[in-house]
Design a protein around this ligand. Structure first.
Ligand code: FRU
Length: 486
């Protein structure tokens, strides 16, 4: 470790120590989500199950609640529920990363936990340089940097060239990298290597001459490619999509293309792009495979440049968190995201169970269903035409379902740092089941076992514990709740 690296890590640890009381005093500090100890967190990085533990790294600025020269923070877990804080994995100490160890991924290489990330550099004139770099660890905790393995830009692309996601297939290593053409079009580039050192560009995976994409944003961040239940999937976070009806309402989007991947030619033939999450905050997700072969995704529960200067947690010297881990499946041409089964371990005590809940236009509470860290599950909902159901969380975030030919779903909350109300929308043919995870300052809602998902930060009055229901329906749903680990 270089002196600069040692110093940076020491400074970050000091800030975390000095600010700890202030951070911990925040009523919006989460109970079971991954958060920064202090400062700003953004993308999940290096997400991997390695030698019996899950490792999650994250983009982290310890020194301010704004974006800056990013570190890689690190937590690990054996069960996806209880996370242990690990020492800082990467600090932006070297010339090839001095303005940030930007996002990247992890892979096992001959028993070493190997990271591939982007070194972000800006010179005095503000020119940007991007280096794709590796770092390795034998114990999964201490990393040795190896410097850049790609130190020049591909022809025809700008220095917005980052976020490598690596994998291995049939003895060959591949990676996809988010990129921007000189004409300012977002792309995903595919690279390959036999030895993880020498990488060659195969080509643009998507938006090539053979497969033009049209106008689809000026930069794509954090790509991820994998095969799910026989279907090839490309995930990316495109920047610059114009809002379109009820779609693309956040500042930037994260979504997926189902498609067909031809690895040897480096061509992905995409189907339609779909947003992964219809809530207010979700960006830059990353997936990995669990020990038993499930594809598990975690996202950043934040969006760049979206109300980042107005979060109430800023007063307590921290901002943002990651989402809960979700298992992805591909069922009948649709991507489903369900909270990983391990999350049942968060439940404390017996379920509170109300059967045959009858309609009431006046909002009502159900005994025992209240609190700030809570899972609520509705089953047998079965709304018929003109039925509706509202679920009001702490008099702040409201989920509204309204059945016409299909079920239109609205999520409404108060603008962060403002008074007005704002909405996000989704729609499914019919709602059978709803699952809600409430932590102290977030809500994640899974409709029909993850057919549709809404993730949002939730800054309700910390004293408000109430969950109320209202609406008009004929079915008699079962409503259950569990108090979660606090
Ligand atoms: C996405 C992103 C990445 C970049 C990182 C920097 O949120 O902009 O493209 O690597 O964050 O923190």
């Amino acid at each position: 470790m270089t002196e600069t690296e040692k110093n940076l890590i020491q400074q970050a640890e000091e800030v975390a120590r000095d600010q700890r009381q202030l951070v911990d005093a925040d009523p919006y500090r989460q109970a079971f989500h991954i958060m920064p100890p202090v400062g700003l967190l953004n993308d999940p990085n290096g997400w991997i199950h390695w030698q019996g533990r899950y490792h999650m790294f994250y983009q982290w600025n310890p020194f301010a609640v704004t974006h800056g020269a990013k570190f890689w923070g690190h937590v690990s877990s054996t069960d996806l529920v209880h996370w242990m804080e690990e020492p800082i994995a990467l600090a932006p100490s070297e010339w090839y990363e001095k303005n940030g160890c930007y996002s990247g991924s992890a892979i096992d290489r001959d028993g070493e936990l190997t990271l591939m990330y982007t070194g972000n550099v800006k010179d005095d004139e503000g020119n940007r340089f991007s280096y794709q770099c590796t770092a390795v660890s034998r114990d999964g905790v201490h990393f040795k940097k190896q410097g850049p393995v790609i130190d020049s830009l591909p022809k025809g692309y700008t220095a917005h060239f980052r976020d490598p996601k690596v994998w291995e297939e049939d003895g060959v290593c591949y990676m996809v990298i988010g990129a921007q053409t000189l004409k300012e079009e977002g792309r995903v580039l595919l690279y390959r290597s036999e030895n993880f050192r020498d990488w060659s560009l195969v080509g643009p995976l998507i938006g090539s001459q053979q497969e033009p994409l049209g106008d689809f944003g000026y930069m794509w961040e954090c790509p991820d490619v994998f095969r799910l239940d026989g279907q090839d999937i490309l995930i990316a976070s495109p920047q610059g999509l114009a809002s379109d009806g009820t779609n693309y309402l956040n500042r930037f989007q994260a979504g997926y293309f189902p498609g067909t991947l031809n690895l040897s030619e480096g061509i992905f033939t995409p189907g339609a792009f779909t947003e992964l999450d219809k809530g207010f905050e979700f960006y830059a997700p990353q997936t990995t495979e669990s020990a038993d072969g499930r594809r598990i995704m975690v996202g950043w529960m934040g969006v760049p440049e979206q109300a980042e200067d107005r979060h109430p947690t800023l007063e307590h010297s921290w901002i943002h968190c990651l989402t809960l881990p979700r298992e992805l499946t591909w069922v009948n041409g649709k991507l489903f995201q369900r909270p990983v089964q391990e999350l049942e371990k968060l439940r404390t005590g017996n379920p509170i169970r109300h059967t045959g809940v009858t309609r009431s236009i006046a909002p009502f509470e159900l005994e025992g269903i209240e609190g700030r860290t809570l899972e609520v599950q509705l089953s047998g909902v079965d709304l018929q035409a003109h039925d509706y159901l509202d679920i009001n969380l702490h008099n702040e975030t409201v989920l509204k379902l309204s059945m016409m030919e299909a079920c239109d779903i609205t999520l409404e909350r108060t603008v962060i740092g403002g008074d007005a109300r704002e909405q996000r929308y989704g729609s499914v043919d019919q709602v059978a089941e709803i699952r809600i995870f409430l932590d102290r300052s977030s809500v994640e809602i899974f409709i029909n076992d993850g057919e549709l998902v809404f993730s949002s930060r939730h800054f309700a009055d910390p004293k408000n514990q109430a969950v109320t229901f209202a609406g008009d329906w004929l079915s008699e749903p079962v409503i259950e709740a569990w108090k979660l680990k606090d």
